[in-house]
Ligand binder design. Sequence first.
Ligand SMILES: Cc1cc2nc3c(=O)[nH]c(=O)nc-3n(C[C@H](O)[C@H](O)[C@H](O)COP(=O)(O)O)c2cc1C
Length: 350
Amino acid sequence: MVWDSWRAERGPLALVCAAILAANPDNSQPWLFRITERGGQVCIDLFADLRRNLKAIDPYQRNVHIGLGCALENLLLAAGANSYATDITLAPDAADVTHVARIDLAPAGVVAPDLYWAIPQRHMNRAGYDTNRPLGEDMLAEIQALNQDDPDARLFWFTTAGDRRCIGDLIVEATEATIHDTEQAADIVRWSRMSWQDVQQHKDGITLDTSGVTGPTLAVAKMLPTFTPEQSNQAWLKNTRETHVATAATFCILAVRDKSAPVQQLRAGRLLQRVHLWSTAHGLALHVMHQMPDRAGREESLGIEPRFGHALRDLIGNPAWQALSMFRMGYPTVEALRSPRLPVEQVLIS
Ligand SMILES: Cc1cc2nc3c(=O)[nH]c(=O)nc-3n(C[C@H](O)[C@H](O)[C@H](O)COP(=O)(O)O)c2cc1C
């Protein structure tokens, strides 16, 4: 399992092992890597695997690119820890939109910051958070400072009780809208792996272990026959309302200047991963919750009234910024579990 063996590899493969441990949409793992070593020059090319996209949930592949940005961040942290300096080119081939990054490697000294060591500890935490522990202003300021070099990305925080209630209600409403949208609901179910056999076969998707169900309920759920899609949807809605939004210490919208620009999506993904690694290293829990941005994308693709598009715009309150991603944070009440990964050989191409 790459969660345990990720540091056993040497050379550029070690960087790919770190990359595939990143957050990514619905654990679809929409990435492919090509390692080239020629005449002493080492290079890793990162590609989007669009066969593994989320269809109606992500009609413009924004989530795919955010996930690839998350992978890129891990890869670059691992480069430093494995004695490589990097030279990154985003979108290096105008003729191939799936070719999202080229990373040229050169020998250098070892740089292994705390964020690197947090890579295998970082997991999406979908359980309840400690409602007695708010996030201090100093902590939020430190997270804000993680974005020092991307003028096109910005974090908007919603921490007061009033703001949290307002966003929580919108997220619940977006979850209901997703469930009632037959295509979107079906595309979520496609990545649901509720039985042990499914997990072993696919090594991807959302599993019972990572669903946020904990303790005896998890043990009982594992013994039950597989849920129907309707049961899964209702459980998701209930957890969203009663656990996810009810216990969030803060919500955050990750906004960019232009949410349609793949390069900005990639860089936003890097920032999202950095925030999650930092949170992990500081004992905080994080949960990406994309119901609102995903509904906004769906509204765009169907040309229907932009209920959530407008709600996100109003929450940001600044026309210079567009919402791309969203998450909640807080202090964990339970440890989050690992999600499955495809073996590294399956994501390498020649
Ligand atoms: C762009 C993007 C969108 C995501 N949307 C959601 C979401 O709406 N709800 C959710 O529970 N998790 C969401 N996630 C978290 C992924 O499901 C999670 O990263 C993936 O299952 C891998 O698990 P891990 O992060 O614990 O390694 C999202 C992640 C990314 C990068």
